[in-house]
Every structure is written in structure tokens, then in C-alpha cells.
Design a protein around this ligand. Structure first.
Ligand code: NAP
Length: 230
């Protein structure tokens, strides 16, 4: 299986790549920074492709690069993501939202559109969108959940958009499996290492959704314990 992971130079993306390589799959390590991407790919024994998900030119060049080297992909993992930090709500500015949405939301659309032709060359294509429980209306309204205590309007709404994009792509692409995952609160640079899970725990759902067979579900939102309420 040939898998492209965006934002694979560190954190959950790197661990996803490591685990999929361990399982015998061929992983293309996507990263926006050439030095960080090359270093990660070298450590993993994988091939690096430069891809900044906010940049049309970069995404197009990445598509050309994968077309000439791999010729297809079986799984696209839209993992690259950023957060806005903990800005008080009365200090939010549109530019901040645009920056976060450009990666977390428009990046998913940009990369998915660009790589659909290469996914269509696969016998069993799949897309895994890395969303978040913080984008779940069910979780953020349930006072028993940690997610209900967090106030981060831009990040949370960007991940809610990832959920709906997943549901819509799943309807539009019945020939593929398109699922969203919530890694769970995992210690990475995104949260200054405050997450309570290891990156291995945090990638359980990503790896599971990436390695589903052709009969696997589509249009679902899952974490390492099972289904997540939208
Ligand atoms: P991380 O360690 O900060 O990694 C984020 C990755 O995304 C890095 O490789 C980063 O590259 C890359 N990236 C950011 N902007 C990019 C762009 N424009 N183009 C390409 N790559 C870009 O964070 P993480 O926790 O592993 O996050 C991975 C995904 O999981 C994100 O979508 C995040 O929202 C989601 N998530 C995380 C948690 C958690 O608790 N950690 C929970 C739920 C969901 P650079 O190194 O160049 O910045």
C-alpha cells in the first residue's frame, strides 16, 4: 500500500508514518520544510515530498513528484494541522482564523482535490482526515468530556469543518473510504506537550482507518475506542 501523510515530519504524522512502514507499507513523508522533511524521511527510511498544504504551487509540485515516483497512492492522510493557541475570545482576529483555516480546512480540500486522480489509480483508495474531538458538537456539549472544557473557537470550528468535509467527501466518493479520526489529547508540539496520550496511542485510530480493507466503513468519525459522535 502506498500512503501519503501530510505533516509527517513530527508528532502524530511522523508516528503514523513510522507505524505504517513497520506494517510493511510504502509511505511518502510529506512536510512543508525541506530540511525537517528530509531528516524525518531519512530517519524513517522513506521518501520525502515537499508539500505545504496552504500553497497551491507546492501541492501541485507534490502531485507531480508522486505521479512520477509512485504513480498512485492508496491512502491519503490529511494530517497537517495548526492551532491558534489560547487567545482570549475578544482578541480573536480574522487573520488568525484565515491562517488556521488555510491549513486545517482549505488544506484538506486543496490536497484532496490535487491527489484524487492518484487515489483513483488505486484498487482500494482511502482518505483519512485527522479531525478532533474538539470539532465534535457531541463531545463539546457533554460535560463528562474533557473537550467540553476547552474554549478555542477557531481551532474547534476548523475541526468541525473537517468532520463535515469528511461526511460530504464520503457521499461524493462512494468508491473510496473517507473517514475522520480524533487522535485524542496527545503530547505533541501542537499543545506544548501537555497531551496525556503517547503518540502511539494518538495514532491508533489513524492507522486503523488507513489500513481498513475495501469493505471497511466510510463516512465515519472514530477514535481509538470506536465511533465518535459528530
Ligand atoms: P504537531 O506535532 O504540531 O505536528 C503538526 C504537523 O503539521 C507538523 O509536521 C507541521 O509541520 C505540519 N504542518 C503545519 N502546517 C503545515 C502546512 N501548511 N503544510 C504542511 N504541513 C504543515 O501536531 P500534531 O499533534 O502531531 O497534529 C497532527 C494533527 O492531529 C493535526 O491535524 C491536529 O490538529 C490533530 N490533532 C492533534 C491532537 C493532539 O492532542 N495532539 C488532538 C486532536 C487532533 P512543521 O513542523 O513544518 O510545523
Amino acid at each position: 500500500m502506498i500512503v501519503l501523510v501530510t505533516g509527517a515530519n513530527k508528532g502524530l504524522g511522523y508516528e503514523t508514518a513510522r507505524r505504517l512502514i513497520d506494517l510493511g507499507h510504502r509511505v511518502v513523508v510529506g512536510a512543508r520544510d525541506a530540511d525537517r522533511g528530509h531528516a524525518a524521511a531519512t530517519a524513517l527510511g522513506a521518501r520525502f515530498v515537499q508539500i505545504d498544504v496552504t500553497d497551491d504551487v507546492s501541492v501541485r509540485a507534490a502531485t507531480d513528484d508522486v505521479t512520477s515516483h509512485e504513480g498512485r497512492i492508496d491512502v491519503l492522510i490529511n494530517n497537517a494541522g495548526v492551532s491558534e493557541g489560547m487567545t482570549p475570545v475578544d482578541q480573536l482576529v480574522v487573520e488568525q482564523a484565515q491562517r488556521v483555516y488555510d491549513t486545517n480546512v482549505f488544506g484538506v480540500i486543496r490536497v484532496t482535490s490535487a491527489f484524487l486522480p492518484l487515489l483513483r489509480k488505486s484498487e482500494s483508495p482511502a482518505i483519512v482526515n485527522v479531525g478532533s474531538g474538539l470539532g465534535s458538537f457531541a463531545r463539546t456539549h457533554d460535560s463528562d468530556n474533557l473537550e467540553s472544557k476547552v474554549v478555542a473557537p477557531i481551532y474547534c470550528s476548523s475541526k468541525a469543518a473537517v468532520s463535515m468535509l469528511t461526511a460530504q467527501y464520503a457521499k461524493a466518493l462512494p468508491e473510496m473510504r473517507v473517514n475522520a479520526v480524533d487522535p485524542g489529547f496527545t503530547a505533541t508540539d501542537l499543545n506544548g506537550g501537555r497531551g496525556v496520550q503517547t503518540v502511539t496511542e494518538g495514532t491508533d485510530a489513524i492507522v486503523a482507518m488507513a489500513t481498513l480493507g475495501p469493505d471497511g466503513p466510510t463516512g465515519t468519525f472514530q477514535d481509538r475506542h470506536g465511533h465518535v459522535g459528530w
